[in-house]
Design a protein around this ligand. Structure first.
Ligand SMILES: C[S@@+](CC[C@H](N)C(=O)[O-])C[C@H]1O[C@@H](n2cnc3c(N)ncnc32)[C@H](O)[C@@H]1O
Length: 353
């Protein structure tokens, strides 16, 4: 029985489910979940991420990591952690940039936090035997500073969805329509789930899972030192909007018809992530756009240098640069936040509070 049919049977028997349960089953159901069974990144797959657009993305994050490690006092060993490493491209580019400082590479214990079996295999094919794989952040050994990177991980963590109706607040749930197919519905709520002025009809999201991850990372940074860079498409201010999206072969598809067959995402809620980290005692913020972050790290100069070395690739590099930083492409929609230990000032995030 397909995941869609199993979900319908479960809902018919037990009643509607919340968006987070639906989301988690679609991505991680052991028999049929997208990441468990058929994650397909890349131009020929379902979606493309920034590291797959250009090697410059991972290389610049590598330079950021070297400078952060230097500001930490060049500790050896330290944990170099990537959460949700996809096909391993970002870490591969980061480690290549790391060769600029051999002591950085020698001190780095590379740990990859990955839940997807098929993606672990792709990471191993690209990165070889050097890294160690774990399934959860709390399996990363404590007791040494950590530099953590996660690109497009927060968007894999589910959000609850709330609608402000004329009669008060309701939570969006997934039940069965009259035709027997999955359909969105509403369940009334006794109290207000959102601390904001909300217009009737507006939909608001809240992700306890994203906030919990930020809090876990922050705990580790406060205890052992270090910094975490979280990059994702998402909001920089609290705002209404339905961001649940299913992508298959680079096209938006109906999430309720494609359970387990498509990548499912919600926007990262950066204000909530930053707030959760601060509550834990870490410093966090400011929230930069991807364009601000990459331009400040020198992506334009890097593109020029690469083009000077390989004039035949100049046009391709210009297209890659445009895709990463142009406001109409990924430059504005994607945001970057840094969480760090209270005594650290990572590059570009010296104003973190
Ligand atoms: C959208 S892909 C991003 C891949 C890569 N970071 C990139 O930029 O190309 C999401 C990654 O997060 C992993 N992932 C999804 N949910 C996760 C979870 N709950 N814990 C750890 N990794 C997760 C996926 O298996 C995948 O590697």
């Amino acid at each position: 029985m397909s995941l869609l049919d199993r979900l319908k049977a479960q809902i018919a028997q037990d009643g509607p489910i919340g968006v987070p349960e639906f989301f988690t089953r679609c991505l991680h159901d052991p028999r049929d979940g997208y990441y468990a069974m058929r994650p397909d990144l890349g131009a020929g797959g379902d979606f493309v991420t920034a590291p797959l657009v250009s090697q410059m993305f991972g290389e610049l994050i590598g330079l950021w990591a070297i400078e952060t490690w230097t500001r930490l006092g060049r500790p050896a060993p330290f944990r170099l952690v990537e959460m949700g490493p996809g096909d391993g491209t970002l870490m591969s580019d980061l480690l290549r940039a790391g060769k600029l400082d051999p002591e950085f590479l020698a001190a780095a214990q590379v740990l990859l936090v990955e839940v997807s079996g098929p993606l672990r295999a792709r990471q191993a094919a690209r990165l070889g035997e050097g890294p160690r794989w774990v399934g959860r952040l709390d399996e990363v050994p404590a007791g040494a500073p950590m530099i953590l990177v996660a690109n497009e991980l927060l968007d894999c963590l589910p959000a609850r969805q709330f609608v402000r109706t004329e009669d008060g607040w309701a939570e969006r749930v997934i039940g069965l329509g009259e035709d027997g197919d999955l359909a969105f519905g509403l369940r009334s709520l006794g109290q207000s789930p959102i601390d904001a002025e909300a217009q009737a009809g507006s939909l608001w999201e809240s992700s306890p899972a994203q906030a919990a991850l930020a809090s876990d990372i922050a705990h580790r940074l406060v205890a052992d030192g270090g910094a975490a860079l979280l990059i994702d498409y998402g909001r920089a201010q609290p705002e209404a909007g339905d961001t649940l999206q299913a992508l298959q072969a680079h096209k938006k598809v109906d999430p309720l018809k494609t359970a387990g067959q498509a990548d499912l995402t919600v926007w990262a809620d950066f204000p909530a992530v930053v707030a959760a980290a601060r509550e834990t005692g870490a410093k966090a913020g400011p929230i930069l756009t991807q364009a601000e972050f990459l331009v400040a790290l020198g992506i334009e100069q890097r593109a020029q240098a690469l083009a000077a070395a390989r004039p035949d690739r100049a046009e391709q590099l210009a297209r890659q640069l445009d895709r990463l930083v142009n406001a109409a492409q990924m430059g504005d929609l994607f945001k970057v936040a840094c969480l760090c230990a209270p005594d650290l000032s990572p590059p570009l995030f010296e104003d973190a509070t």
